[in-house]
Each structure stands twice: as structure tokens, then as C-alpha cells.
Write a protein that binds this ligand. Structure first.
Ligand SMILES: C[S@@+](CC[C@H](N)C(=O)[O-])C[C@H]1O[C@@H](n2cnc3c(N)ncnc32)[C@H](O)[C@@H]1O
Length: 604
């Protein structure tokens, strides 16, 4: 409360001193305050009221820098919350009830009070008590300065949203136009677990991901996403709107899961804004907007910019059974959207780069602590990382990695028997392995790694970085007669025959595959390219359109000693073999099939 009062203007404090001059009890104070600013139960207790009177004494009001970001939260600047409310106003989305599920310092509540002339009620929840006081006094100041402003009844709860019952508010506002407004926390469940924070819903695995999804990151979700779904569950059946700031990844997930839910929402839009400017945050974010009360027949979201909301830049969402990032672009590529006949694999994951990733200097291996090492060569392989996948042909590694296993879960006792130097080195640094936070390493053999299997040892690989915006595919050659490894930011296909790898590179770098990837990937995601995306590339359809001659042209920049392996016979044989295998697949064998991700509907 002290901090909140420090934020208030001297003229407001003078006004409060004179208003509270004769007030003796918290009950009288609360009655006066509901009249002054609409907030019910402003103090709620005698103790808080007496503290307030004490703070009103002039000696307590000392100015202090209030900029703080606890809970990893991002308070919305008023310029942005005002802009959002004005956009809603212009679109005639005028609410009678506003619900701000995590109101923080109250920026959205203040903007709503100023913007919406027909407001009757405002409900807000916030876990952090100093912010609750901050908001109360900011609202009080607003009405002291603007006594003729429409004054709704305001209910502010200093509570944990995950235990809060919104159904009461839903009932109270049943007949009203409700606006769910705000900016829920920007933090993921895995960030919270790193912070040992319990600020999570009870059902923190609400999408029912299995433990293995931790490896691919699928089990990770944003708390903000959970809160938005909570709000849709509570309010989407009635008439009204939602306008919430969120990371683009959260909005994408929301639209992705929409067909599996029963939310009555329509007219979905994502209005991009620059999170760096408003929040000093390097994240792609938008205002998510939708209307309540009717089920959308199309699960598509319009994308535009907050400063030109009516200029639709693109649309993303579901076209039949396919989820796409650009509906218009996809029209030309939908023929190539199918099932890849090969299994894309992710590179090696070990979370121990300082120990397991080495560089070579003057013929010596050096680890991440710049220690020179003497190690047996046998378990050391060339390593290609995302930053290396810039050129179309990779023949030499920049780094090396120690492979402690050849398949997941393999017993690692053999290292001590066969490779004493490597064993000594790993044992000396065992604490770096035991400090690995991910649960995937729990209960596994010493020095375990993931993303390893028979496929890792294929000599010729076609690789892409999952992190870069442009989908460029490189041919990775063996080095010193050993296959090179990729790190876990990369995906690859492995081949025994160099000709097959070359044909795959040509197909993947063709405009057909590139256009398809542009139409289905979200380049603003942290990892735009994932196994799920790559498994959609229909090699055979692309090969039919491309033809051998154009495919070869795409490889013409490669040295002759490599290009010689691309022949018409190899092209025909390649497709003949895989077409035959594919026919077998239809009879129910051979290739792994890739099921579409299925989440159960959200039930908080
Ligand atoms: C991104 S900030 C935005 C605050 C405010 N909505 C705004 O737009 O400025 C998220 C807010 O959520 C609050 N918060 C975090 N976890 C919460 C929880 N479990 N229950 C209620 N509020 C929570 C934080 O304290 C923080 O104020």
C-alpha cells in the first residue's frame, strides 16, 4: 500500500486527506470509497484502513522508483491498453461488464473505465497484493480527478486465479455484454519449474502430453494459454468479446486446438504489436480478439497489425484437416501436403555441451572449459549445429561430440571397460550430468543421451535447422569415414546411398517444397520447423512435378565428384523402390505412420 500511495499525485493525496479527515472506521471508509470510485470493500479490514491513515501523514510520502518486474510479469503500459480499448470502441465492441483475470497494476481496468461509457461492472483478480493496492489507488485517483466519469461497480480480488471461481461472475453478468480483457502472465510451465515456482494450475498437464514430449518440447505450455482457455470456458457461452494480449505461439495453439473444443467463439483476429517497444521483451506477440456466443464455422484467424487493425495481412488456421500458417499461400501448395515417406529425426540431445561438445585445436580435443583432453577416438564424431547449416554441402565438422550410447537407454558400463580415457573424463565431470534438470535423464544409465538410434549412423544426411526462418536443406557428408551427427536444434533424413540423399536435397530445396513449408510453418515461432511439419512433405507428388532434369539443375552448384551420383537411372530406381514400399505401407506394414496430434478438450 505504501508503494501504491507513493505513486499518487500530491493533489490526490490532499483530496484524500480532506475526505478522510473525519472518518473513523473501515466500514465508513469503504462506504465513502464506493461512492467516490465504485470499488467495493476497498479496505476490507480495520488494520488496512488504519495503515492507510498512517500513510496519509505527509512524512510517509517519499517518491521511489516503482519499476519492477516480479513473477516474470510484464505490466502493460497505459498507452497500449488505451490503444486496445479504443480499437474495441471503434469496432463497436462496447461492454457492460469487464473481467480482467490478472489485473496487475490495473492498466486495462483504467483504460476500460475511461473508454467504455456503458460499463456497469468491473471484476478483476490479481495474486500480488502490492499491485492490488496500486490499482485501487489508481482508480480512486481517476475518479477524484474525473468525478463525472461513468462509475461502475468494481470488485477487485487479491487472489490466485487458479483457485478462483469465475462461475459466480458468469452468473451475475449473464445478461450483460462481457468483455474479457487483459494480459495474462507470459511464462511457461517449464520456466516455472526451473524457478521452483508453484504458480501453476492444479492440472498442469492439461493437454495430457506424455513424458517423452518433454524431449520435443510439446509438453511445454504457457500459463497465459491456460488462463485464456479458463476465460473461454467461463464466458464464451454468453454474449460478449475477448481481447487479450498473448504470445503468438499461444494464439496459434488456441486456434490449433479449436476444432477439438466446444467454445462458442467466432471472428478471431490476431493484431501484432512490437513487444520490444511496449514490454522490452524479445517475443512475437499480438492482441487476440474474438466474439462470444456463436460457434465459428471456420477455424481461421485473421492476422493484422495493431496500428492498422482493418488491413488483414494474412489468415492462418484449419483448411479441412490441415493446419496452415498462410491460407492464401497454401492454395497453390495443398497438393504437396501429405505424408513424407521417410521419417524425419531430431539430432542428439544431451544438455551437457560443456563436457560432450569438443573443438579440435592443433590436433587436440578441447572442451567447453578450454581444457585439453586426451580421449579415445572411437566414440567421437563430427558434429553439425544449426549455425553450420548455411551452405548446401557440409563435408567437415566445426565441432565434435562424444557419443556415449548407440541407442536410447543402452547400458554405458562398456565405456569403463573399453575406453578408460573417456570414462575417466566423464566420471571426473559427473556432476554436470547429474545437474541436468530434464526428467528424461532420471533413472537412465550414467551419461545418457537422447535423439540417438540406428538412424544416427546413416552416412549421408539431409539436414535443416529447426531454428532458422528460411527452410534451407544441406547435404551432410561423412567425415573421416564416420557419419557426422546433428545437434538437437536440427532435423534430418538419413540415407545409405549418396544418390538418394542428393535426390532428397533437390526435392526439398525445390520451389514446390519451399512454398509448402512457407504456407504451413510459423516463422515467428522459436522453432519454426518441427518434425510434424517436415513429415507433411509429399516427396512423390513433388518429384512428379519437378522431374529429373529440374531436380539436377538444383544441384548444379555441387562439385562434380558429388554431382556424378545424380543420374536418371538413380532417380527412377529411387522412386520405384519407395513407391513399392509405399504400396506395402497401404497394406499395413513397413513405414511408421505419423498420427495427427490429438489433445483432449480442455476441462479446467
Ligand atoms: C503479464 S502481467 C499483466 C498484468 C496486467 N494484466 C496488465 O495488463 O498490465 C501478468 C499478471 O499476472 C499476475 N499473476 C501471475 N500469476 C497469477 C495468479 N496465479 N493469479 C492471479 N494473478 C497472477 C502477475 O502478478 C501479473 O500482474
Amino acid at each position: 500500500m505504501k508503494k501504491a500511495l507513493q505513486n499518487i499525485k500530491p493533489s490526490t493525496l490532499d483530496s484524500l486527506r480532506s475526505s478522510f479527515h473525519n472518518i473513523q472506521t473501515s466500514k465508513d471508509a469503504d462506504d465513502l470509497l464506493v461512492h467516490l470510485c465504485g470499488i467495493n470493500d476497498f479496505f476490507g479490514s480495520e488494520h488496512d484502513f488504519l495503515f492507510f491513515l498512517e500513510l496519509l501523514e505527509p512524512c510517509h510520502i517519499v517518491s521511489e522508483d516503482l519499476e519492477r518486474r516480479e513473477f516474470g510479469d510484464f505490466q502493460t503500459p497505459s498507452i497500449l491498453s488505451d490503444l486496445v480499448c479504443n480499437i474495441l470502441l471503434k469496432e463497436n465492441l462496447i461492454p457492460e461488464t469487464v473481467v480482467e483475470p490478472t489485473f496487475g497494476k490495473g492498466s486495462f481496468i483504467m483504460s476500460a473505465l475511461k473508454a467504455f461509457p456503458k460499463l456497469k461492472q468491473v471484476y478483476g483478480v490479481e495474486i500480488y497484493e502490492p499491485y492490488c493496492w496500486f490499482t485501487k489507488f489508481a482508480i480512486l485517483e481517476l475518479f477524484i480527478e474525473n468525478p463525472h466519469l461513468n462509475k461502475p461497480s468494481i470488485f477487485l480480488y487479491c487472489k490466485d486465479i487458479f483457485g478462483f471461481d469465475f462461475s459466480r461472475i458468469g452468473k451475475a453478468a449473464e445478461k450483460e455484454k462481457v468483455l474479457v480483457l487483459g494480459n495474462p502472465p507470459w511464462v511457461t510451465n517449464s520456466e516455472l519449474s526451473t524457478l521452483n515456482s508453484s504458480n501453476l494450475p492444479v492440472k498442469s498437464n492439461f493437454k495430457s502430453h506424455n513424458g517423452f514430449d518433454a524431449i520435443t518440447g510439446k509438453g511445454n505450455f504457457d500459463i497465459g494459454e491456460y488462463i485464456i482457455l479458463m476465460m473461454l470456458n467461463s464466458f464464451a457461452k454468453q454474449s460478449g468479446y475477448m481481447a487479450m494480449l498473448a504470445k503468438n505461439s499461444v494464439i496459434k495453439n488456441l486456434i490449433y486446438d479449436l476444432p477439438k473444443t466446444t467454445y462458442d467463439i467466432y471472428d478471431m483476429a490476431a493484431l501484432k504489436f512490437d513487444a520490444k517497444t511496449y514490454f522490452k521483451a524479445s517475443v512475437e506477440a499480438s492482441l487476440f480478439k474474438c466474439r462470444f456466443g456463436r460457434n465459428s464455422l471456420q477455424y481461421i484467424c485473421k492476422a493484422s497489425f495493431l496500428n492498422s487493425p482493418n488491413l488483414v495481412e494474412s489468415e492462418f488456421g484449419w483448411i479441412g484437416h490441415k493446419f496452415v500458417s498462410d491460407v492464401a499461400l497454401y492454395q497453390n501448395s495443398r497438393d504437396f501436403d501429405g505424408t513424407c515417406p521417410f521419417i524425419w529425426r531430431q539430432g542428439i540431445k544431451h544438455d551437457c555441451s560443456k563436457i560432450l561438445e569438443l573443438k579440435m585445436e592443433d590436433g587436440k580435443f578441447i572442451n567447453g572449459f578450454n581444457e585439453e583432453l586426451i580421449l579415445e577416438d572411437d566414440l567421437i564424431y563430427g558434429l553439425v549445429k544449426s549455425s553450420d547449416i548455411q551452405s548446401p554441402l557440409i563435408t567437415k565438422p566445426r565441432k565434435y561430440t562424444i557419443l556415449t550410447q548407440k541407442k536410447i537407454g543402452e547400458d554405458t558400463k562398456y565405456i569403463s571397460e573399453k575406453f578408460p580415457h573417456i570414462y575417466g573424463y566423464l566420471s571426473k565431470n559427473i556432476q554436470f550430468f547429474s545437474e541436468r534438470r530434464s526428467s528424461i535423464y532420471k533413472g537412465k544409465p550414467l551419461f545418457s543421451i537422447f535423439g540417438i538410434g540406428e538412424y544416427s549412423f546413416k552416412p549421408y544426411k539431409v539436414a535443416i535447422s529447426g531454428l532458422y526462418k528460411k527452410p534451407s536443406f544441406s547435404l551432410v557428408m561423412p567425415f573421416n569415414n564416420k557419419p557426422m551427427m546433428l545437434d538437437d536444434t536440427c532435423y534430418f533424413l538419413g540415407f545409405d546411398d549418396i544418390s538418394e540423399a542428393l535426390i532428397a536435397v533437390a526435392i526439398l530445396n525445390s520451389s514446390y517444397a519451399q512454398d509448402l513449408l512457407r504456407a504451413i510453418t510459423f516463422t515467428d515461432a522459436k522453432r519454426p520447423y518441427t518434425k510434424d511439419m517436415l513429415m507433411r512433405i509429399n516427396f512423390f507428388k513433388i518429384a512428379d512435378h519437378l522431374g529429373f532434369k529440374d531436380a539436377r539443375k538444383l544441384l548444379i552448384h555441387l562439385p562434380d565428384d558429388i554431382l556424378q551420383y545424380v543420374t536418371g537411372e538413380k532417380w527412377n530406381a529411387f522412386f520405384a523402390t519407395y513407391r513399392k514400399d509405399r504400396e506395402k505401407e497401404y497394406q499395413g506394414s513397413f513405414f511408421e505412420t505419423v498420427p495427427i496430434q490429438q489433445h483432449p478438450a480442455f476441462t479446467p
